[in-house]
Design a protein around this ligand. Sequence first.
Ligand code: ZN
Length: 257
Amino acid sequence: MFDWLRERRRRRLVEDHPIPDDRWATILDRNPLLDRLADTELDHLRHMATVFARERFFEPGGEMVIDDLVRETIATLACLPVLHLGLDWLDALRTVIVYPGEFTPEIEEMDEAGVVHVRRETRSGEAWHGGPMVLSWEDVAASGPLDGYNPVVHEIAHVLDGRNGHVNGFPPLPQGIDSARWTRDFEAAWDHLDRLERTGVPDEDLPLDPYALEAPEEFFAVATECFFERPDHLQAVFPEVYRQLQAFYRGPVALHA
Ligand SMILES: [Zn+2]
């Protein structure tokens, strides 16, 4: 579609069907990570979330009933990472499937002999490039406390990561970010976390959720969750990763102070 037409339609959406004041207040109240945003950022986020909530197809999984609050909460959290990058970064994400709780998709894997095995694994969220984002509402609703856990932000990190065709912890980097330095900083943090985990440091004492060590893309997603949920903590434990993510996400602006 022509960009100007899309922009005009989006402007009309924001003018005619904005997230109403009462629901926006509820969303802010339940998601204290939004407290860090400047007023102008919050206005912008509300506009983006209005567009996302109306343009994306929300599909219930299981017995889920998707109401406006569910749709707009997920839209707000999905737009937070792209607040300064722009909604275009989420163009590949057309569908959001929401289950009431954890879900167990069938996962197909090919072994070394080329035989495909199907297994089931319980999950609270998943996303892959060009596919839907799948979420557990119970987990989204539980992501209020600023503990570094935020399944929507996590899955959106995977969507951004895959924008260059590969989900590997290396998203398309905006101008001004040196790719060699990005790799070096993330590898150093990975090695540090890996060392601590191997020496038997309990999970709760590790600087980052050890799920980050599952794969480079998980490290990027878990670090992104921490960046938006506990930026002070991330800055203290992995200052280089924090700096890279700040350069990548370009905000919240208050964090630049
Ligand atoms: Zn993940």
